[in-house]
Design a protein around this ligand. Structure first.
Ligand code: PLP
Length: 400
């Protein structure tokens, strides 16, 4: 009998994070006390308007952009949809070709599939075995009809960091030669709090963020759109967000986003050092103690909070359930569909077999994880992997 301990080692920060107490504190007045609609004229409403404006300034400071270039959305999925559809539709008289990568989040991939149904052509670039896009491949894919390139800043499953500023330089050279701009969007959802989000250093025209990945509220996000970028809004209605995103503003969510992003940026340097130490000890420990373990993604060019392994002869679902019983919350690269356990499109893009992709474990560290916790994980994981392997070999014997 396994008794679940009464503590939790949370290692799924790429899925979501808790709302930081300071963030919650700043949000609370806007639910019931300062609840006015920011579009109204009386004082109660203007308190909300001022808070939204302040949050926009906070986000703009982190991104080093103008406040007017920040649009608040309902999260990463909406920002990605808006970026892909909004730019490609606005530029459809110029061209109908989009370039993206095979390892994007489904919010990007499914938006691209949607555009294909409308007659657009999409190139899904491959990645190398470490999960990194080759800038040369972007160059080869460019055509006179290309209007938009969308490549994520860091991958959500394997943490691999993409060469966005190099892609931006390539597009700038191309634009000069062709005398026509190609717009660059990056999904930076997993990068906030870990990488520099300065949009001019990155050289991007659009950038997506999701607040619940950096200790802000769920259902809130940001889309940065550089001034002058051709863009048709996805969501129309009232004229909110300067006619770029209709709908009454989610004032508490927006306030939380501003504070959370500012805190994430303030703690970035300090936090990364601790995060890297914990990451190193997990990677080293797993490699040393568990035979048949394969690190997925680049060893260095990866987010400092991401650890992703495939284990030979292991089914991720059983592993995750066993880890849950041991008080460890983790995830796998596989998306469970009702009919079958689909191997992750990201791991398959690395050239991995479906069987190995199904045996993957993603541990993502956060602000409050400690060495004691990673030591605990390393003390139980080898035994858990062994048990799962023994169980699956027994069930194979029974079946044969
Ligand atoms: C890279 C990436 N993009 C987009 C999203 C979607 O964000 P949201 O949950 O805010 O819709 C996620 C969420 O996991 C993500 O990891």
């Amino acid at each position: 009998l396994v008794i679940r301990p009464d503590w939790l080692v949370y290692l799924d920060h790429a899925a979501t994070t808790s709302v930081e107490s300071k963030v919650l504190e700043e949000m609370i007045p806007f639910f019931s006390r300062d609840y006015g609609n920011p579009s109204s004229l009386y004082t109660l409403a203007q308190t909300g308007r001022k808070a939204v404006d302040e949050a926009r300034d906070r986000v703009a400071r982190v991104l080093s952009c103008r406040s007017s270039e920040v649009i608040f959305t309902s999260g990463g999925t909406e920002s990605d949809n808006t970026a892909i559809k909004g730019v490609s539709l606005a530029l459809k008289s110029v061209g109908n070709h989009i370039i993206t990568s095979a390892i994007e989040h489904h919010a990007v991939l499914h938006s691209c599939h949607f555009m294909e149904k409308l007659g657009f052509e999409v190139t899904y670039l491959p990645v190398n075995q470490q999960g990194i896009v080759d800038v040369g491949d972007v160059e080869k894919a460019l055509t006179d009809r290309t209007t938009l390139v969308s490549i994520m800043l860091a991958n959500n499953e394997i943490g691999s960091i993409q060469p966005i500023s190099e892609i931006s330089s390539l597009l700038k050279q191309w634009s000069k030669i062709k005398n026509r701009n190609v717009v660059l969007h990056t999904d930076a959802v997993q990068a906030a709090g870990f990488l520099d989000l300065d949009v001019s250093k990155l050289g991007v025209d659009l950038l997506t963020l999701s607040s619940h990945k950096f200790y802000g509220p769920k259902g809130s996000g940001v889309l940065y759109v550089k001034r002058g970028t051709p863009f048709s809004p996805e969501q129309v209605g009232g004229g909110q967000e300067r006619e770029r995103r209709g709908g009454t503003e989610n004032v508490p969510g927006i306030v939380g986003t501003g504070v959370a992003l500012e805190l994430a940026e303030e703690g970035r340097g300090r936090g990364s050092v601790n995060c890297r130490l914990l990451q190193d000890s997990l990677i080293q420990g797993i490699q040393d103690m568990i035979s048949g373990s394969i690190l997925n993604g680049h060893r260095i060019k990866r987010l400092c909070n991401n650890v992703n392994f495939s284990f030979v002869d292991v089914e991720a679902e059983s592993l995750l359930l066993a880890l849950d019983m041991a008080g460890i919350a983790a995830s796998s690269g596989s998306a469970c569909t009702s009919a079958s356990l689909e191997p992750s499109h990201v791991l398959m893009a690395l050239g991995m077999t479906a069987a190995l992709a199904r045996g993957s474990l993603r541990l993502t560290l956060g602000r409050y994880n400690t060495q004691q916790e990673t030591d605990y994980v390393l003390s139980v994981l080898p035994g858990v992997v062994k048990r799962v392997r023994d169980m699956s070999s027994r069930s194979v014997q029974h079946a044969s």
